[in-house]
Design a protein around this ligand. Structure first.
Ligand code: DAH
Length: 345
């Protein structure tokens, strides 16, 4: 009978020794130490023993139970530590691996130009005004000295929403809003960048939507020389130091005199190249002295004040500056085109 105990104990210790997973060990715990396990079975053998033999046998079985329990616990510790380290090994994160690249957008070339213009004018004390793209005929045309049936309306083929409402054809509409808002108060010094619309068939140089920036200064003793100095400074900042600025007579209903403004070609420094078509000059904007009638209509006395204004097309500036040859590139949003502008941030 005693041998039976030794046998169960040996067998248990061997199996515990061999067990290589926590699951197997749990299985062994049930087999040996469970309520219907082998050690419990030994206890039940006591029934058949004589009174004298019972205590010694019971003691032996208890020792056997302790030995097996201890062995189980020891093994449990070893296997748990092993399980933890293999879990750690399996779930290890290689922090030296390169991460996933975050795609970030680039600034649109028109916004780059707009920001550059805003910065340079804000630096000279101008404010930046913004206004509606859906505009009243009144601000777009009437106040700009372009009444009904004026031939200048044909130059700007217009998207009408109803007879009094349209998509603004130029940022000059904002010039009128700001003049009206100033209510005779001087001085006025502002720029107004924004989208404008004209009915046009889109091609490499025409787009039914484009971007302008209007400039307006009204005060005492403002002259054409102030306009020239201001535009020369803008040309130097936008196209590089040493630009020259040339005025050619032109016509706009809202300015008198009106000029078209050329900048000495930044590519050949005025010598003549294929960008300036050999002339050494590049036309960049329209400008002039605010027409006395416009001042009057907006509540200013043209005897006491004067002003200059200009309107520059941002696509044209961007095309010249970045060598873009098709205006549609700004609007078709080809990511390969847009991505090339990250170097200008
Ligand atoms: N509004 C004109 C255009 O869209 C541009 C322009 C010319 C604006 C002369 C002005 C200006 O303020 O004085 O063609």
């Amino acid at each position: 009978m005693i041998e039976k105990i030794t046998q169960v104990q040996e067998e248990a210790l061997q199996e515990i020794e061999k067990a290589d997973t926590l699951e197997l060990l749990q299985q062994l715990r049930i087999t040996y130490l469970g309520k219907k396990g082998k050690i419990q079975e030994l206890m039940s053998l006591m029934r058949d023993l004589s009174k004298e033999d019972k205590p010694a046998f019971g003691q032996k079985v208890n020792v056997c139970k302790d030995v097996v329990t201890n062995a189980m616990e020891e093994k449990q510790k070893v296997l748990s530590a092993g399980a933890l380290s293999s879990k750690l090994e399996k779930e290890k994160i290689d922090i030296s691996l390169a991460g996933e690249k975050m795609e970030i957008g680039t600034i649109h070339p028109l916004i780059l130009i707009q920001q550059e213009i805003e910065d340079l004018f804000v630096g000279m004390g101008y404010k930046v005004a913004e206004g509606p793209e859906v505009e009243k005929d009144y601000y777009n045309f009437e106040l700009a000295n372009i009444p009904q049936d004026h031939p200048a309306r044909d130059m700007q083929d217009t998207f009408y929403i109803d007879p009094e409402t349209l998509l603004r054809t130029h940022t000059t509409a904002m010039q009128m809003r700001e003049l009206e808002k100033a209510n005779g108060q001087l001085p006025i010094k502002l720029i107004c960048p924004g989208k404008v619309y004209r009915r046009d068939d889109d091609d490499a140089t025409h787009s039914h939507q484009f971007t302008q920036c209007e400039g307006l200064v009204v005060g005492e003793h403002i002259t054409l020389a102030d306009l020239k100095g201001t535009l020369k400074y803008m040309a130097d900042v936008m196209f590089g130091q040493g630009r020259q600025v040339r005025f050619r007579p032109s016509y706009f209903p809202f300015t008198e005199p009106s000029v078209e403004v050329d900048v000495s070609c930044p590519f050949c420094n005025g010598k003549g190249c294929n960008v300036c078509k050999g002339s050494g000059w590049i036309e960049i904007l329209g400008a002039g002295m605010v027409h006395p009638h416009v001042l009057e209509m907006n509540g200013f006395d043209p005897e006491k004040c004067s002003g200059f204004a200009f309107g520059v097309g941002l696509e044209r500036v961007a095309m010249l500056k970045y060598g873009i040859d098709d205006i549609r590139n700004f609007y078709t949003n080809d990511i390969r085109f847009l991505e090339t502008f990250d170097r200008f941030d």
